[in-house]
Write a protein that binds this ligand. Structure first.
Ligand code: G3H
Ligand code: 13P
Ligand code: ZN
Length: 327
């Protein structure tokens, strides 16, 4: 297949985004997408709130979309932002890359940033694989994210039953060995829409900010990434349950904790489940209220609008990324 340089698609890597996020104490949103409507919503929401954005796909999302489609969608996303009013910085990122080969394929086909997730391997194996990806990526000015510590929940082809928090004492050595650009850490978040088992009325336990602060102390100004950061918006969960769904006890990370994280060394916040919930809630409502509707535009369109609103809310009121585009 022909090699594609991300710069020819109008994309940027994450370097300048993270420098600014660190300096100005906000976090760049990293939204997952699987289809055209999701990507359009993310770009329109970010352009309308003047926010930089990382659009990301897991390995299986990339397969679902199709490798031939992705670079064209990314180029179209850049154009859409301009048409929506603002040429925002857009990075295309591989989420939870599971092998060197996958990372290389993505780099060669127009991604500007990749994650290599070897966090479930030993420290040495994780560092060695990360180093291999960094060497290939940096030769092409592609940025690399790695992970230390394990989040609970399903991570694409990388799955973990139980979490183990990141050990701050391992971070400096990992960065020295790998030369990676950003690091995902485990401080109590997890993937999916069921992050905590709570009794009625019980609040989610706070994130382990003590671990984050110790990491910040050991590696000042190094960009940290927070995975599993959906808030699992209860209005969407309630809509889903009201209109025929069944998502009992779905819980996420309170926005207040994400605001605190965004003001720290956390420069990238990953959100997938909240986008899924927003679209599903609207589609369920339309199907329940208009059982004769069968034009996809009549339910995917409103679902896209709901996702635009969600993205703008996150950028404006949670991550602080709105308005951070240099004039
Ligand atoms: O962290 C995982 C993301 O939410 C991607 O999920 O593997 O179902 O695409 P996926
Ligand atoms: P959520 O499931 O909390 O949205 O996490 C998404 C994520 O971390 C993608 O890598
Ligand atoms: Zn993740």
């Amino acid at each position: 297949m022909k090699t594609i340089d991300y710069r020819d698609l109008g994309l940027v890597n994450t370097k300048a985004m993270f420098q600014r996020a660190m300096r100005e104490q906000f976090a760049v949103p990293a939204y997952n997408f699987n289809n055209m409507e999701q990507l359009q919503a993310i770009i329109i929401g970010c352009a309308q709130s003047a926010s930089p954005v990382i659009v990301q796909v897991s390995g299986s999302a990339r397969t679902y979309i199709g490798t031939a489609f992705l670079p064209h969608m990314a180029a179209a996303a850049v154009d859409l932002a301009r048409e929506s009013g603002l040429a925002i910085p857009i990075a295309l990122h591989l989420d939870h890359g599971s092998s060197f080969e996958l990372a290389k394929e993505c780099i060669d086909s127009g991604f500007s940033s990749v994650m290599i997730d070897a966090s479930h391997h030993s420290f040495e194996e994780n560092a060695a694989l990360t180093r291999q990806v960094v060497e290939y990526a940096h030769a092409r000015e592609v940025t690399v994210e790695a992970e230390l510590g394990v989040l609970a929940g399903i991570e694409d082809e990388v799955s973990a039953e139980h979490s183990s928090y990141t050990r701050p004492e391992e971070v400096e050595r990992f960065l020295e060995l790998t030369g990676v650009d950003s690091l995902a850490i485990s401080i109590g978040t997890s993937h999916g829409a069921y992050k905590f088992k709570l009794q009625p009325g019980q609040e989610p336990p706070p994130l382990r900010f003590d671990i984050l602060e110790e990491i910040e102390r050991r590696v000042p100004d190094f960009p940290i990434v927070l995975h599993g950061a959906s808030s699992v918006t209860q209005t969407h969960v309630a809509m889903i349950n009201r209109y025929g769904g069944k998502m009992d006890n779905a819980t996420g990370i309170p926005e207040e904790q994400l605001r605190r994280a965004a003001a720290s060394a956390v420069c990238k916040v990953n959100i997938d489940s909240d986008g899924r919930l927003a679209m599903t809630a609207v589609i369920r409502k339309i199907f329940a209220e208009k059982p004769d509707e069968f034009d996809p535009r009549k339910y995917l369109g409103p679902a896209r609008d709901e996702l635009i609103a969600m993205v703008m809310h996150k950028n404006n009121a949670v991550l602080g990324s709105a308005g951070r585009i240099r004039a």
